[in-house]
Design a protein around this ligand. Structure first.
Ligand code: XUL
Length: 559
């Protein structure tokens, strides 16, 4: 495999610009992590006064944004930290990155000039302060665009037809409906915008000193791209806003080179001028690379600010639930994914209310309560949920006369106001993963999966992993590093570098062979020592839970 080897003594730098932080991971040419840094938006950049990296606008239902300049300043800060750690920037052969998906950045007319003439003696913040026509970027947590979603679906022949073309029906957080809202309500701002970037392509633009293309994987999270053609869909563009194509610029494969690194970084941090910037992509697509997810039947679960479940397929069938994105590392494959908005922030809320703000106590409660929670079922939505589309609210039920028997059809449930703290903790964890299993099955994901690979912050929690194993009925693996998005970005930097050297796409597996794959799966957790009876009992309780969920959607559902 010599022709695919990475240059000896060189580094690959990957970023992850996520909801709550900016992370950097540096790999050597054997794909070993040699350094990492993190900027936490709330605590390291307190002047923006964000909570969890965002502003929740109480006056407009569901509007959630982040200050664009905070992301720029985070880049200045992380470079300060990396410089102090004595990282030799001149050894970096390629840079890539990951961005929270769907979030958008609006560059004011004239800003391409600012980008192309950045002065290395000044910070990025100083120079980009006036570059944006909108100062607060809509992000993936926003759900203020239901009206725009329905209008786009109608203009495109219905929700299913839109899903068939773009990989998803219209979703509030997807960029298309956000752009339509801006055009419909603030046309002057839309007209003063020369380029609309995703968080991923916005960061790549800073690195190349010019507007970077949007990559095919993250571009599929906009409801604007034809996922088969990998081109903007004319009909959807027209349904969204006039003159949009020129504001979006080009699309490019995730493994393509966006450009050489801008002279700003060469002069200020002493990067090699030949350092390549590989297209940035979304955080979930980057996790596909970071997890080396390429075996059919494997399911990945990412437990972060959002929880996601995804897998790779060559034959996607987009429908009314879930999303289909082109894979960032395989030109022929797609990733299919389900997304939950109530991930770590909701787990933290229950931990704070019921477990004295301590993960140790939270875990103790999980250990001291019995699987199936004595028939106590909880639905916890601290944020408007995507799947199912339910508004903020917590709902708790107890199945009467629950004995753990398999047939629950005859048993009635009773709604209650609260559970004791240990049952609340178990109710939350079982609720999150029973819901995930039910939707994953309905979506056609393998049941049981061959194995689950867990990533994200909460994948470090063995008590949570063991519940996942029992609920899904399969082994759960974790990777060495829970932040698969920034790791995946660094891996993609290396992959993009190789594709560029070869003059075309090469499968990423050729690069992993003797490197990542062997070391990445570090922990295996059995399905509660093969307790198949428990797995069947969870399946029965899942059925009950799905019935209650349907009723909640009928009563409170947003869409
Ligand atoms: C994916 C989604 C979230 C964000 C989180 O569709 O909305 O997972 O990517 O950063």
């Amino acid at each position: 495999m010599a022709e695919f080897s990475l240059p000896h003594d060189s580094y690959f730098l990957g970023f992850d610009s996520s909801t709550q932080s900016l992370k950097a991971t540096i790999l050597d040419s054997n794909l070993n992590i040699i350094a990492s840094e993190l900027i936490h938006f709330d605590s390291d950049l307190p002047r923006y006064k964000t909570k969890d990296g965002v502003y929740r606008d109480s006056s407009i239902n569901g509007r959630i944004v982040s200050p664009t300049l905070m992301w720029v300043e985070a880049l200045d800060l992380i470079f300060q930290k990396l410089s102090k750690s004595n990282l030799d920037f001149s050894k970096i052969a390629a840079v890539s990155g990951s961005g929270q998906q769907h979030g958008s950045v609006y560059w004011k007319i004239g800003s391409s000039k600012i980008l192309s003439s950045l002065d290395h003696k000044k910070s990025l913040l100083e120079q980009l302060e006036s570059a944006f026509s909108i100062k607060e970027s809509p992000i993936w947590m926003d759900c203020s665009t239901t009206v725009e979603c329905r209008a786009i679906e109608k203009a495109c022949g219905g929700a299913l037809e839109l899903a068939r073309v773009t990989g998803s029906r219209a979703y509030e957080r997807f960029t298309g409906s956000q752009i339509k809202k801006i055009f419909d309500h603030q046309p002057e701002i839309y007209n003063s915008t020369e380029r609309i970037s995703l968080v991923s392509s916005f960061m790549a633009s800073i690195f190349i000193g010019a507007y970077a293309a949007i990559d095919h994987s993250d571009g599929a999270g906009m409801n604007l791209m034809d996922i088969k053609e990998k081109a903007w869909s004319k009909i959807v563009l027209e349904a969204t806003a006039p003159g949009l194509e020129s504001k979006l610029g080009d699309l490019a494969p995730a493994y393509a080179v966006a450009g050489n690194i801008a002279s700003y970084f060469v002069e200020r941090y002493h990067f090699n001028k030949d350092c390549l910037v590989v297209q940035w992509s979304g955080d979930n697509p980057n996790s596909v690379a970071g997890l080396t997810l390429n075996i059919p039947g494997d399911l990945a679960i990412s437990l972060g600010t959002s929880d996601t479940v995804f897998m790779i397929t060559k034959d996607p069938n987009p429908g009314l639930e879930g999303h289909v994105f082109p894979s960032p590392v395989d030109a022929e494959a797609y990733m299919v994914m389900l997304v939950y908005k109530n991930g770590s922030l909701t787990r933290e809320d229950v931990r704070n209310r019921c477990a004295e703000k301590s993960w140790d106590i939270f875990n103790k409660f999980l250990q001291q309560t019995q699987p199936l929670n004595g028939g106590k079922l909880g639905f916890y939505y601290k944020e408007h949920e995507i799947l199912p589309p339910l508004p903020v609210g917590y709902h708790r039920y107890i199945i009467e006369n629950f004995s753990g028997a398999l047939d629950l059809d005859e048993l009635k449930e009773q709604e209650v106001d609260e559970f004791d703290p240990p049952s609340e903790v178990r109710g939350l964890i079982e609720g999150q993963f029973l819901s995930m299993r039910a939707h994953a099955e309905r979506f056609g994901m393998p049941s049981p999966p061959k194995r689950i690979i867990a990533t994200g912050g909460a994948s470090a929690n063995h008590c949570i992993l063991s519940s996942i194993a029992s609920i899904f009925g399969c082994d759960v693996y974790t990777v060495q590093r829970p932040d698969s998005a920034s790791l995946g970005a660094a891996v993609r930097a290396a992959h993009g570098w190789l594709c560029n050297k070869k003059g075309g796409f090469i499968p990423i597996s050729d690069m992993y062979m003797d490197k990542l794959e062997k070391t990445s799966l570090s922990c295996k957790l059995s399905a509660s020592s093969g307790d198949q009876e428990l797995v069947s009992k969870y399946a029965a309780i899942m059925k009950k839970r799905t019935e209650i969920e349907s009723r909640l959607v009928q009563k409170f559902g947003r869409c």
